[in-house]
Design a protein around this ligand. Structure first.
Ligand SMILES: [Zn+2]
Ligand SMILES: [Zn+2]
Length: 241
């Protein structure tokens, strides 16, 4: 594990031409070197539904975790390429709490790098037609003054040629884990609202995915607004305790 403050210092002192993690020579056109990119906590073994990191190897990886086998979440697929630990925690905190544009652009680029090549060439059927950022609770937005999910979705949409639509949060959504499917759906009803009609396939965007409950509430609102398929895009997944 790296020294905790190293990434902060490097983000502050590094020039655009340096690897943002070690200040070494980067891969041409990128903000990282091969070694630092590989050393990041990639979430390669993950549940396809809730993105929870799974034990085991790639070859024996089940497509869904036990929890999602029993009670699937209402969105179709979660693409969460990294785990919220080590350098990713520092990087996301720099972005979220200190609004560091360098950290934000590095995170965006890492996310884009994680998308399948077919996605960039627009030849995959899993390509959403619009992005929707997870709305921050109004009191938190006032306290912090920076809406990181909207920042990400807007720029990602621009880079990928996708419109960025907005949803409205009507109330806070507590963790829904442990509740039976029906109780969970009841609890989450009308937590968000979105102006209809939505295109058939949309992706929800946030920086960190914790349990998936918030995404599930927003996905329900998307379905109500006409979306047939909802995907989840987040930078990093908090491993379950
Ligand atoms: Zn490096
Ligand atoms: Zn799962």
């Amino acid at each position: 594990m790296r020294c905790a403050s190293l990434i902060d210092t490097h983000l502050r002192l590094g020039l655009p031409g340096d690897c943002a993690f070690c200040l070494g020579r980067p891969v041409p056109g990128e903000s990282w070197c091969e070694a630092c990119l590989e050393a990041l906590p990639w979430n390669r073994l993950a549940c396809a539904n809730c993105a929870e990191p799974l034990p085991g190897t790639v070859s024996e990886q089940p497509s869904r975790c036990g929890r999602c086998m029993v009670t699937p979440l209402s969105f179709r697929h979660a693409h969460v390429p990294l785990r919220y630990e080590d350098d990713m925690t520092r990087l996301i905190q720099q972005f979220k709490f200190f609004a560091s544009p360098r950290a934000g652009h590095l995170l965006l680029r890492l996310f884009q790098h994680s998308l399948p090549p077919a996605f960039e060439r627009q030849i995959t059927t899993q390509r959403p037609q619009a992005l929707i950022s997870v709305p921050l609770h109004p009191t938190r937005a006032r306290e912090r003054g920076f809406d990181q999910a909207h920042w990400l979705a807007k720029r990602l949409g621009h880079r990928l040629g996708l419109p960025c639509l907005t949803a409205k949060r009507l109330r806070e959504t507590p963790s829904q884990r442990g509740l039976k499917r029906q109780a969970r759906l009841e609890n989450l009803k009308h937590a968000f609202t979105i102006k209809a009609p939505l295109p058939p396939c949309v992706a929800l965007v946030d920086d960190v995915m914790t349990t998936g409950a918030t995404f599930e509430a927003l996905a329900a609102a998307c379905h109500e607004a006409g979306a047939e398929e909802v995907h989840v895009w987040a930078l990093a997944r908090t491993p379950m305790g």
